[in-house]
Design a protein around this ligand. Structure first.
Ligand code: BG6
Length: 493
């Protein structure tokens, strides 16, 4: 039987994402022998002439750079060498068909008449996606295996530009060839959400408006836009984090039981949830922007101190929002999102606050604040991955005093194996043609329709963000927003 080959071409090999995420992930997969054995994987690196690296750099230099700087694994020099032997460097422009013809020739040499499968990872700015896809597809001569293309957000800035991008890509690719990455879907605890819900008896029956008071999706980073101000200012935190990462988590959290674990079945359920949601209203969103702050003699820059950001920028670096799902399961339950840069910590988590226990015999133990007595399930996506459930417990002793304690599943304590990076899982899935963790175009459309109206309104009305000091807990407006729905953020206090 004819052997098949897979080549992975990283288009944009000297970019930040390639260096920080894609190469390390590829090497880790190779190191762990995760790439299919019967496949002959070749990695092609491709870049433009006007990139950061001088174009005269030879293959070896680029490869050395890759290995030396970005993956300092211990005791892996042999594997590293084998890995590097499979890497080829091809220099050229993304929008030059001639360049892709040459790449095609090189790929052919390696494929040597076998079934040829090609995976392209477009690690390039979105305004050149379409040109690169066009050149790649026009120049590929009759690939007899599959061709897949991984693309990374931003997928436009709103419904219209996203739809235009999809239309343009679909001139050259079928939907099932487009692998849209949302790397949060590759995170261990996000993948585990469905396991938690659907393979335990005790959660799913409680997973509705009947028992859940509110759900909180929280993302915070303790650094600013350092170095990425140019990109960020064009998008802002709602597009950068909420419309994709947090909304994807919400969809997995709230979807109905899928018919099976097949990609289409899961994505059908996700898109149903998204389409059952009301577009975010401007009254249900609070925006913020960080300003400079001096702490312990160190001064931290404000967002607009970044040279690549206009001085009068109103782009939000923080946002809090309340969203609702109009279906039988979730009617009236607020889903609160909060995302911000330059806050006091780095964390991503899901918090599920359950309702008060009715007629609780022990209510008097909590004084007037029954919120303090409700069960809360926390899924900490990062760092220190964990799932814990806050329960009320009797403090041991002769009296009758209750306190809240945690049933705690701390990954570090429970599992010794390191958790793979999201990009490892996603790259492997793309090689294997597993689409479950990639975003289908109807999901993308639905996601944009929830945020496009409010984004337009914020921008047209030039709404001024609430300023918050670098390293703080963000604008106080987030608390007022939550309070309107009788909610307290679970991550505070
Ligand atoms: C990216 C955003 O999608 O996710 C960045 O563009 C953000 O602004 C990053 O910093 C966070 O990813 P992670 O995996 O470090 O939490």
């Amino acid at each position: 039987a004819g052997k098949s080959t897979v080549s992975i071409t990283v288009v944009g090999a000297s970019g930040d994402l390639a260096k920080k995420k894609i190469f390390p992930a590829l090497f880790a997969l190779y190191y762990e022998d995760c790439l299919p054995e019967d496949l002959d994987v070749k990695f092609f690196l491709s870049k433009t002439y006007n990139d950061l690296l001088p174009s005269k750099w030879s293959d070896n230099l680029l490869l050395l750079l890759v290995s030396a700087l970005y993956y300092l694994w211990e005791n892996c020099s042999e594997k590293m060498e084998q890995f590097l032997n499979r890497c080829f460097y091809h220099s050229g422009q993304y929008d030059s068909q001639q360049n892709f013809v040459e790449l095609d020739k090189k790929l052919k040499e390696h494929e040597a008449g076998r079934v040829a499968n090609r995976l392209f990872y477009l690690s390039i700015p979105p305004n050149i996606f379409v040109d690169a896809v066009k050149c790649a597809s026009l120049s590929a001569s009759a690939a007899n295996g599959w061709t897949r293309v991984i693309v990374e957000k931003p997928f436009g800035r709103d419904s219209e530009s996203s739809a235009a991008l999809t239309r343009a890509l679909k001139q050259y690719l079928a939907e099932d060839q487009i692998f849209r990455i949302d790397h949060y879907l590759g995170k261990e605890l996000v993948e585990n959400l469905s396991v938690l819900r659907f393979s335990n008896l005790i959660f799913e029956p409680l997973w509705s408006r009947q028992y859940i008071r509110n759900v909180q999706l929280i993302f915070s980073e303790d650094f600013g836009t350092e170095g990425r101000g140019g990109y960020f200012d064009h998008y802002g935190i709602i597009r950068d984090i909420m419309q994709n990462h947090l909304l994807q988590i919400l969809a997995l959290f709230a979807m109905e039981t899928p018919v099976s674990l097949d990609a289409e079945d899961i994505r059908n359920e996700k898109v149903k949830v998204l389409r059952s949601m009301k577009p975010l209203r401007i009254d249900d969103v609070v925006i913020g922007q960080y300003k400079s702050h001096t702490k312990g003699g160190v001064s931290y820059p404000g967002y607009t101190d970044d040279k690549t950001v206009p001085k009068d920028s109103l782009t939000p670096t923080f946002a809090a929002a309340a969203l609702f799902i109009d279906n039988a399961r979730w009617d009236g339950v607020p889903f609160l999102m909060k995302a911000g840069k330059a806050l006091h910590n780095r964390r991503a988590e899901i918090r599920v606050q359950f309702r008060h226990v009715p007629g609780n015999l022990y209510n008097r133990n909590f004084g007037t604040d029954l919120d303090r007595a409700t069960n809360e399930l926390v899924i900490r996506v990062q760092p220190d991955e964990a799932i814990y459930l806050k329960i009320n417990n009797k403090v041991p002793g002769l009296g009758m005093r209750l306190d809240r304690s945690n049933l705690n599943l701390l990954y570090k304590a429970r599992y010794s194996k390191e958790i793979p990076d999201a990009y490892e899982r996603l790259l492997l899935d793309a090689v294997e043609g597993e689409r479950r963790l990639f975003i289908r175009s109807d999901e993308l459309d639905a996601a944009w329709s929830l945020f496009t109206p409010v984004l337009k309104e914020l921008e047209e009305k030039k709404i001024i963000p609430e300023y918050y000091p670098y390293g703080s807990r963000g604008p106080v407006g987030a608390h007022y927003l939550a309070a309107r729905y009788n909610v307290k953020w679970g991550d505070i206090g």
